[in-house]
Each structure stands twice: as structure tokens, then as C-alpha cells.
Design a binder for this molecule. Sequence first.
Ligand SMILES: *[C@@H]1O[C@H](CO)[C@@H](O)[C@H](O)[C@H]1NC(C)=O
Ligand SMILES: *[C@@H]1O[C@H](CO)[C@@H](O)[C@H](O)[C@H]1NC(C)=O
Ligand SMILES: *[C@@H]1O[C@H](CO)[C@@H](O)[C@H](O)[C@H]1NC(C)=O
Ligand SMILES: *[C@@H]1O[C@H](CO)[C@@H](O)[C@H](O)[C@H]1NC(C)=O
Length: 222
Amino acid sequence: MAEDNQRLPLAPFGQYGRSDQESPYHREERPSKWFALVLTAFVSVCAFLLIFAIIFLKASYPRIRIRSITVTNLHYSATAPSPSLNASFTAQLAIRNNNFGHFKYDESTAVVLYGGVRTGEGVVGRGRVAARSTKKVNLAMEVRSERMFADERVAADGNLTAAMSGNLSRDLGSGVVEMIGFGVVAGKVYLLDVIRTRKVIQFNCSISLDVRTVRVQKLVCR
Ligand SMILES: *[C@@H]1O[C@H](CO)[C@@H](O)[C@H](O)[C@H]1NC(C)=O
Ligand SMILES: *[C@@H]1O[C@H](CO)[C@@H](O)[C@H](O)[C@H]1NC(C)=O
Ligand SMILES: *[C@@H]1O[C@H](CO)[C@@H](O)[C@H](O)[C@H]1NC(C)=O
Ligand SMILES: *[C@@H]1O[C@H](CO)[C@@H](O)[C@H](O)[C@H]1NC(C)=O
């Protein structure tokens, strides 16, 4: 009786336990394989999206520089104490956009500096550079030495006016005038047409103008 009583509860328990363990065990094995498969696929997709995001969604700075400058209407007088230099610069800018989306930029003013003082300027019109391409932009700048003598800081300081005048006279006499072409362009890089990243880029180029040959003999952009 005691054995029967012990066996009776055991038998159903054993059967129940076995059936309970076996069938769900078989059912669980397949879903776990599927789960592993889905997890692997999910991780792969995430890794792919991450790489995609790093490559395609990270906006890099477009680059801008002056490619060339054509000089026309050049007139100069090296005679001290009032030397004079007038010229028209037609600069060609190159804006390189390496992003996988276009770069749209606003209008800005570029300047020509002599001795750190503005002596010429021109307008860089607003525009757009397509994805992974270079755009050439023309920029007309009129250089007038009288502008730098009219500059507030220079006009207010007789010593500075004399120093600049002396330098310009000396440079024109030597035939080569060193100037700087400088400009800041602000715009936005559009990635996938929805993500916009503001980028401000600039060019800072040293220009060696040979007044005798009416040519820019050296142009170095940083
Ligand atoms: C440069 O232009 C100004 C007027 O803008 C004129 O007064 C000056 O004589 C010119 N200089 C030369 C060397 O032609
Ligand atoms: C004049 O030229 C000298 C030598 O190039 C330079 O050191 C000096 O700063 C210049 N002065 C001005 C006012 O530009
Ligand atoms: C100009 O230079 C002289 C000496 O060379 C000096 O006494 C004078 O203060 C200077 N003027 C200005 C405005 O800096
Ligand atoms: C442009 O470059 C020159 C020479 O490297 C530097 O002295 C000057 O500070 C630069 N200007 C700007 C506004 O970055």
C-alpha cells in the first residue's frame, strides 16, 4: 500500500514531468535557433546602419580656395609719398564638396588685403555644390589702394599712413606686391535631403602680384 501509494503519485509525476520536459524542450529548441538567427540578422543590420551612418551621414567640411586670378585694368604709380595701385581681379574659386549630399551656401563678401588692410572686395554669390563634386565660382574684385588709406584705422594714424605708403611705394618699385585674398563662406551640408549641418569654410590665399607683367606670379592658399 505504502509502495503503491508512493508509486502512484510518482508515475503520473514521472509521466507528467517527462511529457512536460520533452515536448516543450523540442518546441523550445527551434524558437531558440530562430531567435539566434533573428538576433544575428538584427545585429548585422545595426552594424550596417552604423557603418552607413558613419560614411554617409557625417558631414565633412567642404574646401574652398582660389584656383586662379586674372588681372586686368592695372594702373599704378610707385611715386612717393602717394603711391597708387588700381586693378581688377577676376578670381576663380573652387569649392570642393566631398559629402554624399549637396552643400548650399549664402552670399558673402571676399576681400583683398594689403598690409592687413582692406584694399579690394567682391561678392561671392549664393550657390549650391552637388554631392561629391567641385564647383568653380567666379569672383570679381576691384583693388583700389586709396581704399586702404581711407580705412579708419589708417587715416587716423599718420605714422601708419606713412608706413603703408612707404611700403606700397617700395613694393610697386620692386615690381611685386604681396596681398591676401580672404573670404568666409557659410552654408549647410544636406545629407539624405533631411539632415542639415551648418559648415563655415574660409579661404586665405597669399597673392604675389607682378605689376610689370600684370600677372599673379604666385598664389598659395591655406
Ligand atoms: C586709381 O583710381 C583712382 C580713382 O578710383 C584715381 O584717382 C587714381 O588716379 C588711379 N590711380 C592710377 C595709378 O591710375
Ligand atoms: C611694411 O613692410 C615691412 C617689411 O615688409 C613690415 O614689417 C611692416 O609691418 C610693414 N608696415 C605696414 C604698416 O604694413
Ligand atoms: C608717430 O611716431 C612718432 C615718433 O616716430 C611718435 O612720437 C608719435 O607719437 C607717433 N604718432 C602716433 C599717432 O603713433
Ligand atoms: C591668413 O594667413 C596668414 C598667413 O598664414 C595669417 O597670418 C593670417 O592670420 C590668416 N588670416 C586669417 C583671418 O586666418
